[in-house]
Design a protein around this ligand. Sequence first.
Ligand code: NAG
Ligand code: ZN
Ligand code: ZN
Length: 455
Amino acid sequence: MDFPSSLLFLVLLVLHLVLLSVAAPISSGAPSSAAAAEEEEDPAGLLRRAREAEVAEWMVRVRRRIHENPELGYEEVATSELVRKELDAMGIPYDHPCAVTGVVARVGSGEPPFVALRADMDALAIQENVEWEHKSKVPGKMHACGHDAHVAMLLGAAKILQEHRDELQGTVLLLFQPAEEGGGGAKKMIEDGAVKNVDAIFGFHITGDLPIGTVASRPGPIMAGSGFFEAVISGKGGHAAIPQHAIDPIVAASNVIVSLQHLVSREADPLDSQVVTVAKFQGGGAFNVIPDSVTIGGTFRAFSKESFSQLKRRIEEVIVSQASVQRCNATVSFFDEERTFFPPTVNDEGLYGHFRKVAREMLGPDNVRDRKPVMGAEDFAFFSEAVPATFYYFVGMSDGAIGLLQYTPHSPFFTVNEEALPYGAALHAALAMRYLHEKHGTSNLFSKGEVHDEL
Ligand SMILES: *[C@@H]1O[C@H](CO)[C@@H](O)[C@H](O)[C@H]1NC(C)=O
Ligand SMILES: [Zn+2]
Ligand SMILES: [Zn+2]
């Protein structure tokens, strides 16, 4: 194309400024007409709407802007502001702040029943290693878990729901939550009243281990409970060539680590999945000095409260007793358990049936899969302490090869396939809309004759 380069530069500059401007919402403005809304009320119609350029491309722009400015837990100030600007542009009311930077928006009648949809907003302390136009502009911080996409998809759902607000038989709460990555943001949202009177809550994670256009979940436990531990093993430092005058904490810590591995392999039921990983080992520094102490730390995972507390008790016992075998003392810390222990994420059976039905209508039966539980933990689990029914699922984004580095969360190469955004947005919206219709008991969206008592 023949285009004067200075003009091109100017155009690009203006475009750049528009995209960077924090104050201006990206929203394309007013919702579509009621007529357009009418024909899109079935799940497949909601997906068609989410894939239209007006919604899909806007979500991509939102996601990219958040990606460029990643913020860690409880520091999501600009992200939260962006969310509120977009909600303002759509005419959706919200409460802010909730849990420091969180936002709780409301679409619908304002009356019960209440159903909640949740997205996490925080980034990770990782240096992005992907070279692309919208690479993180903040050194050492990156949206490497896809929470930028989660925010964009919940805004997409907000837009679709707002277009159908007059049909909603109750209220959808949109939870933009801070600090999922170990900060206990969900717990703080609950403490701040975000899910008061909420009957059910849905959340999902985008994932590269499912093809795009597919979703997966299961009834019952889907993600593990998680805890962290740290231990200081103290001996007596000395010359590395005169070990008889020292008490070597390195050898003691090494034996502790080996003994910890027997908790899962020898004490746990092989059919009750558990993990103990020592991920931190720090001590010494010189080649010829036995240090005074060694610090080890790690994580443990289990699916039941019983297995979890059993592991916790035995981790402490094993560290202290095994260290004493080598004449060392040990102190074990589990940190602020209130914040750092995540309960297991357990899916409500009734909501599983609801999810399957709605997702199959939207995506086709073959694209709604069952999934094994994973040992990863998710602070969405906290909502089960405050909401009667919770449901968590996974939205696929892989475009072929599975398990690629680019789709590994928490990797500096992590990449989101933006083609997946409409699926998450539409499913959020469909699950909530249908839930309200069903809960209200006057569903006109269900095929006739079906009984829906599972909710
Ligand atoms: C372990 O603790 C005991 C009791 O406080 C103390 O007497 C001993 O010196 C400690 N041993 C080491 C290696 O720190
Ligand atoms: Zn993560
Ligand atoms: Zn995540």
